[in-house]
Design a binder for this molecule. Sequence first.
Ligand code: SF4
Ligand code: SF4
Length: 355
Amino acid sequence: MTGQMQNTSTQIPKTSKSQTTLQDIEATNLPKHIYIETTNMCNISCKICPRTYFPLESKRSLTLKEFQHITNQFKQLETVFLHGVGEPLLNAELVKMIIHLKSQNSYVAINSNGTLLDRVWSESLIKSRLDELRISIDAATPQTYNKVRNCGQLDKIIDNVKTLNDMKNEAKLNTPRISLWFVGMKETIHELPSLLQIAHNIGASEVYLQRLIYFGKGLAIEDQSLQMGSKAEISEYENILKRCEELSLKLNLEFRASGNKLPSQSLKMPNPKSNAWKECKRPWISTYITVHGNVLPCCFPPFTVNQFKDCILGNVFEEDFKHIWQGSDYMKFRNNFLNNNPPNSCINCGNLWSL
Ligand code: SF4
Ligand code: SF4
């Protein structure tokens, strides 16, 4: 599953209609932060993943040649996330892709479910100079993990990450930086303090709480969202997060929410009138490319709309990315965004789930 992108300080154009200029809509600079879906295949079927319930795109993996065709269309890539809806370790050419990006000094991150992270993968990833490895773990007990991820391998994942960390230490290297990503749900939140302890034990330096993006299937339902808790439940969740904050200080761990927000913001009651999506800078600074070359404004459309075809802004196998970035569909998307008429995929961002 996709991780959340870090916010940057880049300024978004002003949103008043009269102040919108052609330059705002064109976004003349190519993005320096991109997501590339290296595969959309996965070895498990999580109950919070749209891939489990919806036919997104047909299954495939990017070849190295296709990958280079994509990255050659960008001038300078500062940050590249090599994941989307799929498990990147199922792409046998992933390491070559990382090495290609590192030779161009990009910061490279992947998000993995950790089930396939054996010693061979760990050694290859360490040698590739991968900067960041994000592991999705939404529970601290095998039973709860299995409920959410349909997968009985929590202990193996924990062992895998610990082994990678030990190998990294033996090699006297600081990378990849390891973080754990926890989707907060009513079903799982009670296990978050124990996950912090696990993170500490296996050498992860950061734990992120993500808000559940729900789409009405499996466990990705509104009723599982922490924000939808009763007053008593919210108070209980606040206490859990407080305990986590204290524990993180004791264990010298970073404990944050995705989007670099405070974890407690995950409990804020939604306010549909807040237009929190306006804070989003992605239409101007980043992009997402699926394994079929389709360009989306970010990683959310597969999660927020059943059919994300309406969000496709072009295809990098048919047209140069520069033309797509400055083309009529992207300009229309930015124009609608600036004029308070964003697509459905944006409406709940920053409100029901993190930006
Ligand atoms: S591991 Fe990620 S891509 Fe695979 S089913 Fe789970 S959430 Fe989806
Ligand atoms: S869905 Fe829209 S508002 Fe949300 S992160 Fe993507 S571009 Fe930004």
